[in-house]
Write a protein that binds this ligand. Structure first.
Ligand SMILES: CC(C)(COP(=O)(O)OP(=O)(O)OC[C@H]1O[C@@H](n2cnc3c(N)ncnc32)[C@H](O)[C@@H]1OP(=O)(O)O)[C@@H](O)C(=O)NCCC(=O)NCCS
Length: 191
């Protein structure tokens, strides 16, 4: 899918919260995203789709290009065309993928791949040699995505995730080396 990946800032916390809440059992609030953004080294992107799969177009003219900002998403806090997000933290020469998600209508179309590619690049640019993450042991889709991106399993954390129904789920820890990708090599369709 031809999405537009735009850096997110604290101005987008409401959009990030809406996306997170739509993708996870216990969604993070706008305030929680604002608190995260107070740290140095936050890396976040939002993917905007040209139109909703159900046919709801981005603006009255039906033009995505007219509706989306070119440089950043600071003026846009509209969930209408947001398809997914990624939220990472660079600290002490390494990075951590804190959260990512794609709304159901946009899944299996390469949106997460594009978000992860851009986030890894940005984290490497900021000096991260590696990226770490946790993923639920039952989350086959995310595990497949991360494996496809070169993440390798490094460990397991018992009872890491607490579902709203009180159940616990173990997490796998995964790590990959961040490589700086040249612009020519990005988004060529070749993984
Ligand atoms: C995991 C998630 C982010 C994937 O987003 P997506 O945009 O559908 O992923 P992509 O289309 O970019 O898929 C990239 C690769 O991931 C893997 N993948 C994605 N969804 C998959 C699925 N349902 N089953 C198996 N593999 C899957 C595939 O390897 C795929 O590459 P391929 O299509 O060439 O085989 C999405 O399912 C999601 O938001 N889930 C809920 C939130 C979540 O679990 N976030 C991760 C928490 S750690």
């Amino acid at each position: 899918m031809n999405v537009k990946i735009i850096p997110a800032s604290p101005a987008n916390s409401a959009t990030l919260a809406a996306l997170h809440q739509a993708c996870f059992d216990r969604g993070w609030s706008e305030t929680e995203f604002n608190v995260f953004f107070e740290r140095d080294g936050m890396v976040s992107f939002i993917a905007y789709a040209p139109c909703h799969p159900a046919g709801r177009v981005s603006d009255s003219a039906g033009s995505y290009a007219d509706a989306a900002p070119d440089a950043d998403a600071s003026s846009q806090n509209d969930i209408t065309n947001a398809a997914g997000f990624i939220f990472c933290w660079v600290v002490a020469g390494e990075s951590e993928l804190l959260a990512m998600g794609v709304l159901k209508p946009y899944r299996k179309q390469g949106v997460a791949h594009q978000l992860l590619t851009d986030a890894c690049q940005r984290c490497a640019d900021l000096g991260a040699a590696k990226m770490h993450l946790e993923v639920g042991v039952k989350n086959d889709a995310a595990q497949a995505l991360y494996a496809r991106h070169g993440f390798e399993i490094t460990g397991r954390r018992a009872g890491y995730y607490h579902a709203s129904d009180g159940t616990l789920e173990d997490a796998l820890t995964m790590t990959k080396t961040c490589e700086i990708v040249t612009p020519v090599a990005k988004h060529t369709g070749v993984w």
